[in-house]
Design a protein around this ligand. Structure first.
Ligand code: SAJ
Length: 416
């Protein structure tokens, strides 16, 4: 089977690799020439366990080639970004539309077209379907169109693409069957068959559910700071209840999914989707909350114009992914308030972020903003030796109990 995957990012590239490793001939398409050139040399531009090996194996087996232009295929899979529109928070389908237009001249009768990008409910019917119908295709008869949202967690993408259950939402039952046949090539999880609009809303609701639950944990952290209770103790105790699972408070919600997808639902029903919007607003307020507490902590030690060492700017632990990371809003707030900032993040590809000792040297505070393994057991002796004040503010609640009395540890559960 020949597969053409449009968009070679976090989802498209691993998907292309898995089809290629399962005896399909795969063309991976992207608009970035440097990405295409690198991929054809086996150089992978994303940090994700297993992906580099998979692409290199696929190239060796002559099953994978990267191109700027699509080519004819049996199945076209669209994995391009879907941001939101600033003016009304609705789903910006321009990349999806561009991708559809780019394959039009290669599409033939009998082909399957799958949109994996997260899209607002109704997008397939209202926007994608007409593009192909206006070009003379009848969906469900001579072209088979479906929405099959990706649901994988960065850091575990290769495993989850194979093993997670998959939602298959066709425009017609035949479209669903044809799309399921394609995923059956490598997916071991259940192929859950439904129709397009239900698939679209299910995907958006999964991320909305998580966003709302994180907002609840963040609100709890704020309440605890006001009434002087340790939020982490509350979470630990409440979670002993068999039907309670409070998530972790943090510096905000980043990534290209949770921070965006809830808006797609909100924009469709703004008068009704009240909790969804409030949760987004709560999570978006966390960078300001963290900034306020940094100020409070530093004020305690009478240390004006202090230097702050930022540990971690990616939105997610042990990855170099900085998309929508709340760290940058916190850094910008702190700079505006006149603090000196030095950043250390060994996972993010930026030369300026690689020197730990330089970052903490003479700093008054270590502000942990990402849950990288490297930060779980910091070298306390170096902190004591190099920092002006050995104070840690751990917004991810990952630092193990600090034994030395010389080091002061704050976290989002304990701000007093
Ligand atoms: N976060 C918290 N507290 C928590 C959990 C997460 O503050 O208790 C923050 C993280 O620090 C991060 C953000 O939320 O900034 C999102 O991280 P995540 O690990 O929850 O999720 P993503 O965005 O990497 O991936 C999500 C996943 N969706 C769900 O778990 C419902 C994944 O399965 C989806 O495939 C992905 O979105 C997507 O592509 O939509």
């Amino acid at each position: 089977m020949k597969i053409c995957v449009i968009g070679q990012g976090y989802i498209g590239l691993p998907t292309a690799a898995l089809f290629a490793l399962n005896e399909c001939n795969v063309v991976g398409v992207d608009i970035k020439k440097e990405v295409i050139d690198d991929l054809n040399k086996g150089i992978v531009h994303i940090e994700e366990p297993g992906i580099s090996e998979a692409i290199n194996d696929a190239i060796k087996e002559k099953r994978y080639v990267a191109q700027l232009e699509p080519s004819e295929a049996d199945v076209f899979i669209i994995t391009v970004p879907t941001p939101y529109k600033m003016e009304n928070l609705s789903c910006d389908l321009s990349f999806v539309i561009e991708a559809c237009n780019s394959i039009l001249k290669y599409v033939k009768k009998g082909n399957v077209i799958i949109v994996e990008s997260t899209i607002a409910p109704g997008s397939i019917e209202e926007t994608v379907q007409p593009i192909f119908e206006n070009n003379g295709f009848e969906i469900g008869e001579d072209l088979f169109l479906a929405h099959c949202p990706e649901r994988v967690l960065p850091g575990r993408i290769m495993y989850e693409l194979i093993n997670n259950d998959r939602i298959i939402g066709g425009v017609t039952p035949k479209c669903t069957e044809k799309a399921a046949e394609a995923y059956g090539i490598f997916v071991k999880g259940e192929l859950m068959k439904t129709e397009a609009k239900t698939a679209e809303l299910s995907k958006c609701m999964e991320n909305t559910f998580r966003d709302i639950n994180i907002a609840l944990a963040n609100e709890l952290a704020k309440i605890c700071a006001e009434i002087d209770v340790n939020a982490l103790d509350v979470i630990k105790l409440a979670n002993k209840h068999p039907r309670v699972n409070i998530l972790n408070p943090g510096p905000g919600v980043g990534g290209h999914c949770l921070a965006i997808d809830p808006y797609f639902i909100y924009a469709k029903a703004p008068e009704t989707a009240k909790i969804i919007k409030l949760a987004r607003d709560t999570n978006k307020s966390m960078p300001n909350f963290v900034t306020k507490y940094v100020e409070k902590i530093i004020e305690k030690y009478d240390d004006e114009n202090s230097k702050i060492a930022i540990l971690g700017v990616s939105y997610k632990g042990n990855t170099g992914d900085t998309r929508e990371s709340p760290a940058f809003e916190i850094i910008s707030n702190l700079k505006q308030k006149g603090y000196g900032i030095a950043i250390f993040d060994p996972h993010v590809e930026n030369e300026e972020y690689q020197d730990f000792e330089n970052a903490i040297n003479d700093a008054s505070l270590c502000l942990i903003l990402a849950d990288h393994d490297e930060f779980k057991e910091l070298d306390i002796d170096i902190l004591i030796k190099q920092m002006k004040n050995p104070i840690i503010f751990d917004t991810k609640n990952i630092v193990k109990e600090v034994a030395q009395e010389e080091v002061i540890l704050y976290n989002l559960g304990n701000l007093s």
